[in-house]
Design a protein around this ligand. Structure first.
Ligand code: NDP
Length: 246
């Protein structure tokens, strides 16, 4: 059991909850952020009933100051952050020729600027301690694009440039930086898509089904291990074969 401290942003969501549980199962001390205290406390109580003690800290990751405060709160509760999973994300779909500025800004702020906002206050401590794991949860659509998702695909593709630059800057300091790019996973984000569209998506996936949140958590758990020290600047595609190649 490692006892290392992990911050998973968006830990109350579908993929986030699976990551939180998987890391806690392996002895990591885990925290997540929230925007809505009532909702987060209900989630925390549910987790406690299931045997998980998860720390929560208030903070909207799209807001630079709030994100920094959230990081300091987690450190005050659990100690220095060893593992950061930048998982919080949203979609605001629409074809680009009809896309409002707010749709663009919300998605870039929440999915990409958040990565700066949360990683920046965490990275110096990792550099001082010479150990760290940073993972961005990107998306299949950041690799291949998607109709109606110019904003989301731009943000998710941006994560890769961030990852490979940060990986280079910190490779000699025991810090690995990677992205995980899920395909379509059965969470609220995807269940909001009309059923007939989901059925079409599933039919397009070589494995014939959507992914499970636990299948993403499995990969995250692999990448944060001590033994994964030579995996940095990588992207791990997890999509049932939906997108293959380079
Ligand atoms: P969910 O909608 O289930 O969860 C999203 C989480 O992010 C929630 O906890 C939400 O909190 C949090 N969040 C959103 N905006 C903010 C914000 N501004 N500040 C703080 N927290 C925020 O989504 P998924 O679990 O499906 O997705 C998780 C990640 O995986 C996302 O980055 C998504 O883009 C990515 N992904 C998902 C895929 C899928 O098929 N599901 C496929 C590929 C990538 P709150 O409760 O406050 O809204």
């Amino acid at each position: 059991m490692s006892g290392r401290v992990a911050l998973v942003t968006g830990g109350t969501g579908g993929i986030g909850t699976a990551i939180v549980k998987r890391l806690a199962d392996n002895g990591y001390r885990v925290a997540t952020n929230y925007r809505n205290a009532e909702k987060a406390q209900a989630w925390q109580a549910q987790m406690r009933d299931a045997g998980y003690e998860i720390a929560i800290a208030s903070g909207d990751v799209s807001d630079h100051e709030e994100a920094e405060k959230m990081v300091r709160d987690v450190e005050a509760q659990l100690g220095p952050i060893d593992i950061l999973i930048n998982n919080a994300g949203i979609t605001r779909d629409g074809t680009f020729h009809k896309m409002h500025a707010l749709q663009w800004q919300d998605v870039i702020n929440t999915n990409l600027n958040s990565v700066y906002n949360v990683t920046r206050p965490v990275i110096e401590g990792m550099r001082d301690r010479k150990w760290g794991r940073i993972i961005q949860i990107s998306s299949i659509n950041g690799l291949k694009g998607q109709y109606g998702q110019a904003n989301y695909a731009a943000a998710k593709a941006g994560m890769h440039g961030f990852t490979i630059s940060l990986a280079r800057e910190n490779a000699k300091l025991g810090i690995t930086v990677n992205t995980v790019s899920p395909g379509y996973v059965a969470t609220d984000m995807v269940m909001a898509v009309p059923e007939e569209v989901r059925a079409k998506i599933a039919a397009d996936i070589p494995t014939g089904r959507l992914g499970r949140p636990e299948e993403i958590a499995y990969a995250v758990n692999f990448l944060v291990a001590d033994e994964a020290a030579w995996i940095t600047g990588s992207n791990l595609d997890i999509n049932g074969g939906h997108h293959m190649g380079w």
